[in-house]
Design a protein around this ligand. Structure first.
Ligand SMILES: Cc1cc2nc3c(=O)[nH]c(=O)nc-3n(C[C@H](O)[C@H](O)[C@H](O)COP(=O)(O)OP(=O)(O)OC[C@H]3O[C@@H](n4cnc5c(N)ncnc54)[C@H](O)[C@@H]3O)c2cc1C
Length: 402
């Protein structure tokens, strides 16, 4: 693992490093300068030392030193977030792929920042072999610094090979902090993950260069290999009892849960007084099993009510492409795509959407796609199961007459 290393032979205890550290991560203890868990590897102390006694050691963990696939499980007021279950299921697939390469057992571990047996059991049923939890007010309150400190202390102790985070607002804060503290890499917003059958490395695929190509990124030199994934990118596969999941009555309830300690040295830089919920449009486009997604081809804002009426008639949710949000025709929660939401409905009806790569990145999980577009060469037809070439407003009006 990486970190700040102090050569006590060279150190003259001038204390310049103590003054240089912006997060007070260095302390003078028993006549020696020591680095605490607060360190975020900013390397200000390295530059401040007049004797060159402080160095930054980069992690070069051999693949054989680390093992297991870990996920960070997020919850909110309504319980375990769906993305946590999706990550547990994906981690189980990656563990199987790892076992095929290494011929060694690979465990899936979920990190749950609260003590909740029901959530732990859901994680086990979705693919986790073990749930490490910690009961701490700061974790329950969603303090990302506390979460990062807890994750980092466990990673340093147990050295997982892979660590996956949800690409939620919280996950996007916790994952980079962990990556910086551990001195390892992080690939954000992955749309595909797989274990390379040759090297055993995690292949992390995500859109790059404005979404114009898909890049597969590896992290060969440091551990863990870390990635974030948005909700809806992977599906949830619940295990049957006996298929790695406890047979009812065969295990003591909660026996896969292990309580872990919270790092003593942690001092929060913030105090959370109140959590305010977004008072705006809180629509969740990812939850719809049927979804109507409209694009610029609908012509104007005045056609939005018509399209919404169509969606309501067939009991579908309502999504849109990015230009409609930019033009103020729809709110952001409805945006589908790379910078919007990833959706995985059973049926998606795409209306007047061209199918740009950044849009397609968000609908890859849809089971069946029906597209309506005047241009028979529109890329959306390349991914559609059924296409209607024609004016979408007329097609929808015709449907509503029936
Ligand atoms: C970094 C980055 C991130 C992005 N993220 C996203 C994202 O998250 N989501 C997203 O959607 N886009 C995103 N984009 C934008 C994306 O590149 C496209 O510009 C956008 O998806 C196009 O939206 P559209 O298909 O609605 O509009 P257009 O590309 O203008 O396509 C309109 C389509 O409607 C058809 N049409 C026209 N008239 C009719 C009619 N009467 N009936 C039927 N069809 C008709 C046209 O043939 C055309 O195919 C992103 C771009 C970048 C660079």
């Amino acid at each position: 693992m990486s970190g700040i290393v102090i050569d006590h032979e060279k150190c003259i205890l001038c204390r310049k490093c103590l003054r240089s550290c912006p997060v007070s991560a260095l302390e003078l203890n028993d006549g020696r300068i020591r680095v605490t868990d607060l360190c975020n590897l900013c390397t200000m102390c390295v530059d401040s030392c007049p004797k060159g006694a402080i160095t930054m050691e980069t992690a070069e963990a051999a693949a054989s030193d680390s093992s297991g696939i870990w996920i960070y499980a997020q919850f909110d007021d309504s319980g375990l977030c769906k993305v946590s279950c999706e990550l547990a299921s994906k981690a189980a697939e990656l563990a199987e792929e790892t076992e095929a390469v290494s011929e060694r057992t690979c465990e899936v571990t979920a990190l749950l920042p609260c003590n909740d047996r029901n959530m732990a059991e859901q994680l086990v049923s979705c693919g986790a072999d073990r749930v490490l939890f910690c009961e701490k007010e700061a974790l329950k309150n969603g303090d990302p610094d506390a979460a990062a400190a807890w994750v980092v202390s466990l990673v340093r102790e147990r050295q997982p090979a892979v660590m996956l985070f949800p690409a939620t607002a919280a996950g996007r804060e916790i994952a980079p902090a962990c990556a910086a503290m551990l001195g390892t890499g992080l690939t954000a917003d992955c749309t595909a993950l797989k274990i390379d059958p040759e090297s055993g490395l995690l292949h992390q695929t995500r859109p790059a260069f404005g979404g114009n190509l898909m890049a597969t990124i590896i992290c060969p030199g440091t551990r863990p290999q870390m990635a974030t994934v948005r909700e809806g990118v992977f599906s949830v596969h619940r295990k049957e009892p006996g298929d790695g999941c406890p047979v009812p009555g065969s295990e003591a309830p909660g026996s896969r849960m292990e309580e872990t300690a919270f790092p003593d040295s942690f001092i929060s830089r913030r105090s959370i007084k109140n959590v305010l919920r977004d008072a705006g449009d809180t629509y969740d486009v990812t939850k719809a099993e049927k979804l109507v997604v409209v694009g610029r081809g609908i012509g104007s804002k005045k056609n939005i009510p018509l399209m919404r009426e169509f969606a309501d008639r067939i009991g579908a949710g309502f999504g849109c492409s990015r230009p409609l949000v930019e033009a103020g025709w729809c709110e952001y929660p409805h945006q589908v795509g790379q910078t919007g939401h990833s959706v995985a409905p059973k049926l998606l009806i795409s209306i007047g959407v061209s199918g740009a790569i950044q849009h397609l990145a968000g609908i890859a999980g849809a089971e069946k796609i029906i597209a309506v577009n005047t241009d028979e060469k529109a890329p959306i037809f390349g991914v559609a199961d059924c296409g209607i070439v024609g004016d979408c407003v007329s097609v929808v009006k015709e449907f509503l007459k029936s």
